[in-house]
Ligand binder design. Structure first.
Ligand code: AMP
Length: 381
């Protein structure tokens, strides 16, 4: 659980808090919170569930300054929720009905909303959807080539995720480049990873699918995979559906290829020391991203800027260099010196001769949630 206190006018976050390893019975997680200009308050503890996590954060938040509303990131909005909604019982029921589409994410989201309603009874709660930015995908991009009846009955289609992040960085790219009619490929590379093709501020394709499992290689998710593989694992390997789910969501991706490491910093360090599996993990990760950049440049009919964001995108110069290498034919020329500089600022790493800009834009999902929450309350949605 992450919590921020955001002033929607100034865009400033004055409090950041988080609790991790929720639900672990034997491994203590860290609970931390920092108020602007104050020292960080942190402790290690076992946190049984989302209620306990939110209770700790709410009490550590204190009463000053008083929040006026609570905005929640809800991972899956299905086809119905393409804009934020003020939460009531009907909305909660509706979100419950979407849980089969996002079994890992929506139930904890719902638990969080229910607890927040109890902890902040006087405040409106607004659900902001991580799928919503991708509601503009055309049907030929969001439909899978399977029978129509399955789409109608189960909602099986591409939804896409990380929408708050792709939206934030595309809006910032338009401001930085002083133009709205941009062809952008936005790359959210963190623990979860996704790419999006964005034309004129609208998402037209994205790499995650019905669930966040599809697309790029991620920390513990495999991304694109022949759908025959899980069938074979069930038939030949005698794995249950739940075991296949766990394998592909939690035991694949970087952690599988590198032989145990999911953090890109550790993989880079091991690769520099000559470790073979770490090199494979790094190269497979960057190769998959590069392939998607090429595909999305084709979708967009050219490229005005490539945008990197999230933990890996913002911080890993080696990943950015490997992704951009060989993409000169798209007009991408990374300036190695600029790429190597450490910075937490928005920046353009493109060489003078680069016809496509190469931007790093630190993401700010909390600000998008706060602003969307305010907009939903003003609109009375
Ligand atoms: P996020 O999900 O956006 O918080 O990203 C978390 C991931 O970013 C971590 O698991 C790391 O793999 C990666 N990361 C953070 N800092 C760096 C860095 N300096 N170099 C490479 N990867 C990094």
């Amino acid at each position: 659980v992450k919590l921020s206190l955001v002033d929607t006018l100034s865009g400033k976050c004055s409090v950041h808090g988080s609790v991790d390893r929720i639900g672990s019975k034997d491994e203590e997680g860290t609970r931390r919170i920092r108020h602007e200009d104050g020292p960080e308050q942190a402790e290690n503890a076992l946190t049984a569930d989302h209620r306990e996590a939110l209770e700790w954060l709410a009490s550590a938040l204190g009463a000053d300054p008083d929040p006026e509303a609570v905005g929640h990131r809800v991972v899956h909005g299905g086809e119905r929720h393409v804009s934020p909604v003020v939460v009531d019982e009907d909305v909660l029921d509706d979100l419950e009905s979407l849980s089969p589409l996002a079994p890992l994410h929506n139930p904890p989201n719902l638990a969080g909303i229910r607890v927040a309603r109890e902890l902040f009874p006087a405040l409106s709660q607004v659900a902001v959807f991580d799928t919503a930015f991708h509601a503009t995908l055309p049907d030929y991009a969001y439909r899978y080539a399977i029978p129509e009846a399955l789409y109608q009955r189960y909602g099986i289609r591409r939804y896409g995720f990380h929408g708050l992040s792709h939206r934030y960085v595309s809006e910032r790219a338009a401001v930085l480049l002083g133009r709205a009619d941009l062809r952008l490929v936005t790359l959210h590379l963190g623990n979860g990873c996704s790419g999006a093709a964005v034309r004129g501020g609208r998402s037209v394709d994205t790499s995650m699918g019905m669930t966040p499992l599809e697309g790029l290689v991620m920390g513990t998710r495999c991304g694109d995979l022949d759908p025959a593989v899980p069938l074979m694992l069930q038939a030949e390997g005698a794995l249950s559906a739940a075991q296949v789910d766990r394998l592909l969501n939690r035991e694949s991706g970087l952690v599988a290829l590198s032989g145990g490491e999911q953090d890109m910093r550790d993989i880079q360090a091991r690769m520099e020391a000559g470790d073979g599996p770490a090199r494979l993990a790094f190269e497979a990760f960057c190769y998959r991203v590069r392939k998607y950049v090429g595909a999305y440049a084709a979708v967009l009919g050219g490229l005005d800027a490539l945008v990197f964001t999230a933990g890996i995108g913002e911080n890993s110069a080696p990943v950015r260099a490997a992704v951009c290498s060989g993409l000169e034919f798209l007009g991408i020329r990374l300036n190695p010196a600029l790429n190597g500089e450490k910075s937490a600022e928005e920046r353009d790493l493109g060489d003078e001769g680069s016809s496509a800009r190469v931007l790093v834009i630190p993401t700010n999902e909390e600000l998008v949630i706060a602003r969307e929450t305010e907009a939903a309350l003003r609109a009375g949605r």
